[in-house]
Design a protein around this ligand. Structure first.
Ligand SMILES: Nc1ncnc2c1ncn2[C@@H]1O[C@H](COP(=O)(O)OP(=O)(O)OP(=O)(O)O)[C@@H](O)[C@H]1O
Length: 277
């Protein structure tokens, strides 16, 4: 049953006044948000708003230019290589499209993080991999190659791989992209079940409003670089913020601009120097 508890003590990850840009272009401006422990938090918002960037900051792939990115109360941006490696060991990630290694079979794809990060015996690796594959309904598909399974199955293999190290935090970046409705429903149910059965904390970046609102305990809508709304799915749905209204009602017009920022129309289409209009 979804519940909502975002008291400070229960945050597993947190951004405090984070400013981050790629080069000159500022993507996140003084952004603060909390990822409550044990919950499924959906991070949503218009394309390019910085959702994947937030995951990359929590995962330590990038460092904030200002502010703190905390994982279990420690600043990821200040960790040395060993600290970061240890923190990442506690995180599972499924990045966009959850690509599998095409030259490894299903079993070896899921076993990969175990072989990289542990020196467990082959017998133990086999038991853990089969347990995770069982959890996603694919124990019987262990010997198949990625080319022999459907897109929905591949996503479930990627889910099994994301949780194979028994992470505390699992981050899914668009796990539903490109799935048919049945596979999408299965993936959504699995994300919920894995979160609850394994006592995980989940961050889910998704554009699928219906599936995500049905699944999440806590929803954060990012506007351009800031939190536009957060709360339970019902609270966010009821928000009167114009950007949130546009987003949850999938309206083509509103504060989210159609055009990527650039030169004015007049300067792009106006007369060229030396050319007659
Ligand atoms: N490595 C990079 N170098 C330069 N700019 C980048 C890089 N990665 C992302 N960006 C830019 O940063 C902005 C935010 O990107 P990000 O992927 O975090 O957004 P998003 O909200 O996840 O978008 P989407 O929903 O489309 O995946 C985008 O405008 C993107 O073009």
């Amino acid at each position: 049953m979804p519940s909502n508890d975002s008291s400070p003590a229960s945050a597993l990850a947190e951004l405090r006044n984070v400013t981050f840009g790629y080069g000159e272009r500022v993507i996140l401006r003084d952004l603060s948000l909390k990822i409550p422990r044990g919950k499924v938090t959906a991070l949503m918002g218009a394309s390019g708003g910085g959702k994947t960037t937030v995951l990359r900051l929590i995962g330590g792939q990038y460092r904030a230019q200002q502010g703190e990115v905390l994982f279990d109360h420690k600043d990821v941006g200040r960790m040395d290589a060993a600290g970061l490696y240890a923190a990442r060991r506690r995180m599972g990630m499924l990045f966009q499209f959850g690509a599998l290694f095409t030259d490894l079979n299903v079993f070896e794809n899921v076993a990969f993080p175990l072989r990289e990060h542990t020196d467990l015996s082959d017998a133990l690796v086999r038991d853990i991999v089969l347990m995770k594959l069982h959890a996603v309904g694919l124990r019987g598909a262990r010997d198949l190659m990625p080319s022999q399974i459907s897109g929905g199955m591949a996503r479930r293999v990627a889910l099994a791989r994301a949780i194979v190290l028994d992470p505390e935090l699992v981050m899914y970046d668009e796990p539903f992209a490109g799935l048919d409705p049945i596979s999408l429903g299965t993936a959504a149910q699995l994300i919920r079940q894995l979160n609850d059965a394994m006592g995980l904390t989940t961050i889910l970046v998704s554009h699928d409003l219906e599936a995500t609102f049905a699944l999440a305990d806590h929803v954060i809508i990012l506007g351009p670089g800031v939190v536009a709304a957060q709360g339970t799915p019902d609270e966010v749905r009821a928000s009167t913020d114009p950007l949130v209204h546009q987003f949850v009602n999938a309206l083509p017009t509103g504060p989210v601009p159609f055009h990527y920022p650039g030169p004015t129309v007049a300067s792009d289409f106006g007369p060229l120097d030396g050319r007659s209009a």
